[in-house]
Design a protein around this ligand. Structure first.
Ligand SMILES: *Cc1c(COP(=O)(O)O)cnc(C)c1O
Length: 398
């Protein structure tokens, strides 16, 4: 059965008069989320107090929701668990992978990776000392640099600035052939298009839920460990809820069974309630339909903007196989242009130094919004409406 995108759109509470092309940064509010969170707050926390950990199933939520996320990223059952933030999960996955490849010292990543991933890798290398290094190369050169010195690759599948998508299957095969492990960051993949972690034989993966998966600001991250590694990977961040028996209150750490060991501390119960409401919408979505719709939207936007705005330079690959679910254009005045668009109800975002970024999310964006967005952008560019002082002062979040 094909996906009914008018039904998914009706499931979101979007403000009137806004064209929201930033669901790749913060997904919008699912209508059911407010009631679901209200139930968790007053019905569960309020009435059950501490007994909610058992009665409301709070303690099982991270692995139950992990299994729902697994279906969206091509992962095996019981291979995904929720918790912490993406930056923390990057650190945890990297530390585990490095330990599994103890004769090697290099983490290989690319310069298009999101800075937090690189910072976490750098920090981990410093803590480990003894020759551990982070090596970053241009995104197009990464395959050529996977050699027998590399312990683990840390690759974000989709570049947050350009929307360029790496070939996960090919790079994973290449890493394995060289004896390296892989950590894939799915921040701009999960909920953006089908992902095939198991088929690609990925070793570790991490991702966040507040972008395409619409869990709301501060929603928890997830971590995937391939089942073949799950009982050998040491979790590195060895918190009590990843212990084999947390309520034995043993003074020595013993990792839990399988993916459970990647849990650290108390999970964010209220955020996970919001995430559950969002995942109910995802239950009705075919990821192949999503990809078809997403490519149609991004093609339409590229064609429209290129026809109407000759001073903007496309930064996103035209090749479908190399494109995520966003479109970016470069312009030296990108920040001011984006502020002028937002002032007119078209919300995207700006990424330094010169990227105007627009996310395409078929769950709530269709062709009419794309055409309206092109018209707003064309007017702002034609009339230089961005060229005003109030659009040039940078806010804390861009
Ligand atoms: C959004 C994003 C992050 C953010 O990490 P948090 O810890 O959730 O703030 C990290 N890495 C990538 C690749 C991202 O796109």
């Amino acid at each position: 059965m094909s996906t009914d995108f008018s039904a998914t759109r009706a499931a979101f509470d979007l403000p009137e008069g806004i064209i929201y092309l930033d669901g790749n940064s913060l997904g919008p509010l699912p209508r059911a989320a407010a009631a679901r969170v209200e139930r968790a707050v007053t019905g569960e926390w309020g009435r059950m107090l501490v007994t909610g950990w058992n009665k409301a199933g709070w303690m099982d939520q991270p692995s139950k929701i992990g299994n729902r996320i697994a279906t969206l990223i091509g992962a095996e059952p019981d291979s995904v668990v929720m918790g912490d933030t993406l930056s923390i999960k990057v650190y945890q996955a990297l530390a585990s992978a490095l330990e599994m490849n103890p004769t090697r010292r290099v983490i290989l990543s690319d310069t298009g990776n999101f800075p937090s991933d690189l910072y976490m890798a750098e920090g981990l290398c410093r803590t480990l000392g003894s020759g551990y290094t982070l090596k970053t190369v241009a995104p197009e050169d990464i395959a050529a640099h996977i050699d027998e010195t590399v312990a683990v690759t840390l690759i974000t599948e989709v570049d947050y600035r350009t929307g360029r998508k790496h070939d996960m299957a090919a790079l994973t095969a290449r890493a394995h052939a060289a004896g390296a492990l892989t950590v894939w960051d799915l921040a701009h993949s999960a909920g953006a298009f089908p992902v095939y972690l198991a088929d690609c034989r990925a070793d570790f993966a991490v991702g966040c839920t507040y972008k395409y998966l619409n869990s709301g600001p501060g929603g928890p991250a997830f971590i995937y460990v391939a089942p073949r590694h799950a009982d050998t990977a040491r979790p590195a961040l060895s918190g009590w809820l990843g212990h084999e028996s947390p309520f034995a209150f043993d003074t020595t750490y013993r990792p839990g069974t399988g993916i459970e060991r990647m849990r650290v501390g108390t999970p964010p119960v209220l955020q996970m309630a919001a995430l559950e409401a969002s995942l109910d919408i995802w239950d009705s979505v075919s990821l192949n339909d999503l990809r078809t719709a997403s490519l149609a939207l991004t093609d339409r936007f590229i064609a429209g903007v290129e026809a109407a705005c000759p001073t903007l330079t496309l930064a996103t690959p035209r090749d479908h196989a190399a494109r995520g679910s966003q479109v970016s254009f470069r312009h030296p005045e990108g920040y001011a242009i984006m502020q002028a668009l937002i002032a007119r109800g078209l919300i995207g975002d700006f990424r330094a130094p010169d990227i105007l970024r627009f996310g395409f999310t078929p769950l709530f964006i269709g062709a009419p919004e794309v055409d309206a967005a092109v018209a707003v952008l064309a007017e702002v560019m034609d009339k230089s409406l961005w060229d005003q002082p109030q659009f040039k002062t940078r806010a804390r979040v861009t």
